[in-house]
Design a protein around this ligand. Structure first.
Ligand code: ADP
Ligand code: ZN
Length: 513
């Protein structure tokens, strides 16, 4: 089997060896097992269904959210001599009929579909032998994810329609809650799960206070005058304003946002890809499906809404594996604005909790990469040495006792309370919530009166960032312990904390650019 997989990889895709997890994922689906594959962008997810499609007897259905990307994928498969097609509403009924005919007699092995197409193709499915169903960008099914697409919720239909066919769910960006949600909603049966490392060691991480951002950016660019970079901004207007200011400083920059017409966008994109424009000032509309390997830096002019988005955006730097820089500006003003957006959204609570997590990352006093990776469920034992906190660490003290008190309080409160209540409990507050729940009668109530409310708050954030506890944002932001907490509670594991001498969130609201 191994030989056959390698031969197919070489022959049809021209690659010598598999990337991490690809072979395991392929073996899992070939064995007929439902499978969840979590890999960072650029990790090589496509091969995980394209290669099995060649080996399996029936056809492979690929669900993909973006019709625009389907055409590219199909074209590149055809270029490799693999028969593939897409079916969508832009085609005529006759065209579709011909494609379905070709799928029926297996002259085409792989078909890309948008989730919206399933219902009207239902009849056509009757006489197809389906060997594999791949669901790309599977996080779109979850309203807990950052990219919810209502049509994705129809996909559970597939498991009912083809109960014997294995489903492969693929995604790059999913926190733990979203991952569980994918499995439940797709009705996957005892799936094998594969999580590839999200660590991109070549990306440096840095957070700066948002003061004189334009000046800081110009200085940053002047140090590396020929390197390509992307500046992500919150609003369309600010992409244009920033591009304008950079141009006035003699820098080759252009704006990109969804408000520009199609021609203008694709021209800007092409100029950037061909190194004729050095810098793009963009909203998050920029980047999806763009494969430029030598982006040397990414700057976030504004705080992103959530860590998934942030991670995906910085991931556009350094795809060639060479050292690349990322800088995030954080300002109190952005936090307020994002909180307003989140409050107005349909699932305000999730959005706010995700924003909180983003804010905590920006406020971090321990290795930022550890925090990022722990968000994706990955623990690294060593600090990374390639983030600003590692390079310029704050002073730490032995905070083991503080950590023990905080974690015990979380246990006493049955992992059922949010951060603020835990702090009130530790400080022996006499407020209504405490008394209503009878918390004043529990052991460890008031064991931390000597530490201020503010300090407790920060220590708890540090404990979350260190991976000892986590915020269950789909459950009212309750603080839960991780498996790691046992080390502190029962094994006397030492915890280093730091006392911040400044407010941990950026101090001054700044006027918009
Ligand atoms: P993803 O969908 O995870 O973002 P892709 O499937 O588009 O990633 O793959 C990213 C790039 O890596 C593509 O250019 C692809 O051809 C390449 N790639 C995938 N698997 C391998 C491999 N085993 N060896 C070398 N290159 C690979
Ligand atoms: Zn670090």
């Amino acid at each position: 089997m191994t030989d056959q997989l390698h031969a197919t990889l070489k022959e049809n895709f021209g690659f010598e060896k598999f990337r991490p997890n690809q072979e395991e994922i392929i073996n899992s689906v070939l064995a007929g097992t439902d499978t969840v594959a979590i890999m960072p962008t650029g990790g090589g997810k496509s091969i995980c269904f394209q290669l099995p499609a060649l080996l399996l007897p029936g056809i492979t259905i690929v669900i993909s959210p973006l019709i625009a990307l389907m055409k590219d994928q199909v074209d590149s498969l055809k270029a490799n001599g693999i028969s593939a097609c897409f079916i969508n509403s832009t085609q005529s009924a006759i065209e579709q009929q011909l494609l379905i005919e070709a799928l029926r007699n297996h002259t085409i092995k792989l078909v890309y579909l948008a989730p919206e197409s399933l219902s009207y193709l239902d009849k056509a499915f009757n006489d197809l032998t389906v060997s594999l169903i791949a669901i790309d960008e599977a996080h779109c099914i979850s309203s807990w994810g950052h990219d919810f697409r209502p049509a994705y919720t129809n996909l559970s239909y597939l498991k009912n329609r083809f109960p014997a066919t294995p489903v492969l769910a693929l995604t790059a960006t999913a926190d733990k809650a979203t991952r569980e949600d994918i499995i439940t909603q797709l009705n996957l049966q005892h799936p094998n799960k594969f999580v590839a490392s999200f660590d991109r060691k070549n990306l440096s991480l840095e957070v700066r206070l948002a003061q004189n951002r334009i000046k800081q950016i110009i200085e940053f660019i002047t140090e590396k005058p020929t390197d390509s970079g992307i500046i992500y901004c919150l609003s369309r207007k600010s992409t244009e304003e920033i591009a304008d200011k950079l141009q006035k400083a003699g820098i080759n920059a252009k704006a990109y946002h969804a408000g520009l017409n199609y021609e203008e966008r694709s021209r800007t994109q092409d100029l950037f890809i061909n190194d004729q424009v050095q810098i793009i000032c963009a909203t998050i509309a920029f980047g999806m499906g763009i494969d430029k390997s030598n982006v040397r830096w990414v700057i976030h002019y504004n705080l992103p809404k959530n860590i998934e988005g942030y991670y995906q955006e910085i991931g556009r730097a350094g795809r060639d594996g060479l050292p690349s820089e990322t800088v995030l500006f954080q300002s109190y003003g952005d936090v307020i604005q994002l909180q307003q957006f989140a409050n107005e959204s349909a699932n305000a609570e999730f959005q706010l909790a995700k924003l909180d997590r983003m804010k905590q990352y920006a406020d971090a006093l321990s290795c930022r990469r550890k925090i990022l990776l722990s968000y994706f469920g990955e623990l690294i034992s060593e600090d990374c040495g390639n983030c600003d906190v590692c390079k310029n660490p704050p002073a730490f003290f032995d905070g083991t006792v503080i950590a023990q008190k905080a974690l015990s309080a979380i246990v006493r409160l049955n992992q059922n309370e949010s951060l603020g209540v835990i702090v009130d409990f530790l400080r022996g507050s006499k407020n209504a919530h405490i008394f209503d729940h009878g918390y004043q009668n529990l052991k460890t109530y008031g064991i931390g009166t000597e530490i201020s409310w503010q300090d407790w708050n920060q220590y708890l954030i540090q404990l979350i960032n260190l991976g000892y506890c986590e915020i269950a944002f789909h459950q009212n932001n309750k603080i839960k312990l991780t498996a790691f907490a046992k080390k502190v509670l029962f094994e006397n594991h030492t915890v280093q904390l730091t006392k911040a001498n400044q407010p941990i969130t950026a101090p001054k609201p700044e006027k918009p650019a």
